[in-house]
Design a protein. Structure first.
Length: 208
């Protein structure tokens, strides 16, 4: 099984409360671009595979690492962020406009609620996370880098630590877990995905 390092994207325009056109196309800030360069310089060995979310901010974060290792295969995987509110909430808005809809969504504590067309339910999101974990475990041995997003990576940590936890419980403690074990921009953690050590290193976070 592979040894996997998960990396959250660098600081994005949305992270600083800026204007967005769509959830998928949010770019990095200049600070985020520098964080991405720092990540690229962090690696001490050549990885065997690089996996990237399809979203702009994550692809921009991975770009300097990909440029440093042009011989390494790059794949787009479904490790994009959790789209829990309808995409229309993001179009042409700033953080202050989006925040009420987001708070209302979390207050529902309903893992089956769909906010609108293009939005995921929490149950669908957690199934996507579980599917990615199984795909990772099926990869051949080697070093894998996964560039992803905050909520996705927190969900992945929770899934690996307590795989049998019901989603109605998991959704109720998701934000508390996020606050207690934060993943700031370009946080990274490395895991050995062997079944005998499912949570090895999962709460140890480092930065470039």
């Amino acid at each position: 099984m592979p040894k996997v390092t998960f990396i959250r994207h660098g600081e994005s325009v949305a992270n600083i409360g800026g204007y967005t056109e769509s959830f998928e196309s949010i770019p990095l800030t200049p600070r985020g671009q520098q964080q991405a360069e720092n990540v690229a310089g962090h690696w001490r060995s050549v990885p065997d595979r690089i996996l990237v979310s399809p979203f702009t901010r994550t692809r921009q974060t991975a770009a300097p690492t990909i440029a440093r290792f042009p011989q390494v295969p790059v794949e787009i995987w479904p490790v994009e962020e959790f789209s829990f509110v309808a995409p229309t909430v993001w179009h042409g808005t700033e953080h202050t406009h989006r925040q009420p809809a987001m708070e209302q969504w979390w207050q529902r504590l309903d893992p089956h609620h769909r906010d609108g067309d293009g939005a995921e339910t929490f149950t669908e999101f957690m199934q996507r996370v579980a599917n990615v974990i199984e795909r990772l475990r099926a990869l051949p041995p080697g070093r894998v880098l996964v560039f992803s997003h905050g909520h996705f990576l927190q969900a992945l940590r929770m899934q690996i630590m307590q795989p049998e936890e019901p989603n109605h419980i998991r959704i109720s403690r998701f934000l508390d877990f996020d606050e207690e074990h934060p993943l700031r921009n370009c946080a990274m953690f490395t895991m050995d995905l062997r079944a005998a050590q499912p949570a090895n290193g999962i709460l140890h976070v480092e930065y470039a």
